[in-house]
Design a protein around this ligand. Structure first.
Ligand code: PLP
Length: 431
């Protein structure tokens, strides 16, 4: 089995966190997002413990809300000692509604509107991660008007390509996020930021990409950031207090994916940083990382009911399910790999090669192609693993499908955390 929090019970049913997935689908319906709270907490602790062991005091991981965001998640994150990164007023609102302290929020975004800036300032968001000059100026103005001295990090792009999918690779120079170091623009960005009287520049942020399996690309980013920090110290006497290295450690979607040694990677990164600082005689900064996927992806799975099989003779067989790109657009977007299991027939031979298709009126609406399952029947239950990240948050109402419910399982019990949408919800904003 891909993960140890999954199991198979005496009925041959897949279990998650000790709960029978067949019972979950019967009680809460399908499609259904399921999140294992113990796994979520364990993933948080992997980071918080490695941070405590290797990074200077005051360093902590920030959970990237873009990967998963609902009210009930935030009390868990707070209890686990996480900070949180948010990318929109909607994410800020959700975190605050979940009781998360505003001071531990870091506000991202390459196009924060005036309304966004004011909302975040007035909500007491601890840090803004400033993306560009115009944001710098507006934020300085709005902070001054409110008598706030706002802490900020400056988003810079180190020009690293961690060899991941183009769509989830943001550290290279030609991208819409942050200000590049190599072109000299980041130096001007820092000079401008330091001249803003209502902003307190604490340091830099960079995010190089996602699904990164080793420390090496982060170490490369550290080298570039430290070199840049050194230049900025020489030019302005400015010393970086905080280095935020973004998100991106990978997860296993398939048995064949490598196991990521997150504590080992954090240790290697911390040693690299310490050595780099020593060589440059630079004070060791506090470190932040922004993991999303590696906190929630493997804690989640999605349950679907099979509608039937359609065999296109001479071509292939489709197994259709009652969800699809509306609850998980990642295969349609970039052929993301997933492991699909026959949740109610785990002991049956998987000798039927098929493509799992969603129910949307869109030929690209596939969940996975050419996988092996038992020959499916209408009403069977399928589980797609590792859907805790970038599924719920990327869901849509395409074809006016209602978004699924989300349940959290813990100690063998399940509780509804987000209810299923209703038809009334679908027309709630229609006038
Ligand atoms: N931080 C930033 C700025 C990001 O853009 C992303 C993802 O795109 C993350 C953090 C989270 O990355 P991941 O979910 O791969 O850990």
């Amino acid at each position: 089995m891909l993960y140890e929090h999954l199991g198979v019970n005496e009925l041959g049913h897949l279990t998650v966190g000790g709960v029978d997935t067949v019972q979950l689908a019967e009680e809460f319906g399908a499609p259904l997002y399921v999140l294992d709270e113990a796994r979520l907490r364990a993933n948080c602790r992997t980071y918080t413990q490695a941070f405590a062991a290797h990074f200077p005091e005051g360093s902590y991981p920030l959970f990237a809300g873009k990967s998963l965001c609902f009210k009930g998640l935030y009390p868990v994150l707070e209890e686990e000692g996480m900070g949180a990164d948010v990318v929109s007023p909607g994410e800020i609102y959700t975190a605050l509604a979940g009781g998360f302290p505003a001071q531990r929020l870091y506000f991202h975004g390459n196009n924060k509107t005036d309304e966004d800036l004011i909302y975040a300032l007035e909500s007491g968001v601890g840090h803004f991660i400033v993306d560009n000059h115009s944001e710098l100026e507006r934020l300085n103005q709005f902070a001054g008007e409110r008598d706030i001295r706002q802490k900020v990090l400056l988003r810079v792009t180190p020009g690293i390509d961690p060899h991941t999918l183009q769509a989830i690779n943001t550290g290279r120079i030609d991208c819409q996020f942050g200000v590049p170091i190599e072109t000299g623009q980041a130096a001007r960005f820092v000079a401008a930021a330091l001249s803003m009287e209502n902003l307190e520049v604490e340091g830099f942020h960079s995010h190089i990409g996602s699904q990164i399996f080793e420390a090496e690309p982060f170490c490369d980013a550290v080298d570039i950031l430290l070199e840049f920090a050194q230049e900025m110290r020489q030019a302005h006497g400015f010393v970086v207090q905080v280095l935020n290295l973004g998100g991106g450690f990978g997860v296993r979607y398939l048995e064949s994916d490598p196991v990521v040694d997150i504590p080992g990677n954090i240790k290697a990164l911390a040693e690299h940083l310490r050595q780099g600082c020593q060589e440059k005689d630079y004070p060791l900064p506090r470190v932040l990382l922004e993991p999303g996927r590696s906190i929630v992806a493997d804690a989640g799975l999605t349950l679907y009911r099979v509608g039937g099989i359609k065999t296109i003779e001479g071509y292939r067989s489709y197994v259709t399910v009652n969800g699809g790109m509306t609850d998980n657009p990642r295969y349609a977007l970039y052929q993301a790999p997933y492991t699909v299991l026959p949740a109610d027939r785990m002991n049956d031979p998987r000798d039927f090669v098929c493509t799992v298709a969603g129910r949307c009126c869109e030929s690209g609406d596939l969940i996975q192609e050419n996988i092996s399952l038992p020959r499916a029947n209408r009403g069977d239950l399928l589980a797609v693993l590792t859907t805790g990240a970038y599924n719920f948050t990327m869901a849509s109402n395409y074809n006016r499908l209602c978004r699924p419910a989300l349940v959290m399982v813990r100690d063998g019990k399940a509780r509804l955390a987000v209810r299923r949408q209703t038809f009334e919800d679908l027309v709630a904003c229609d006038l």
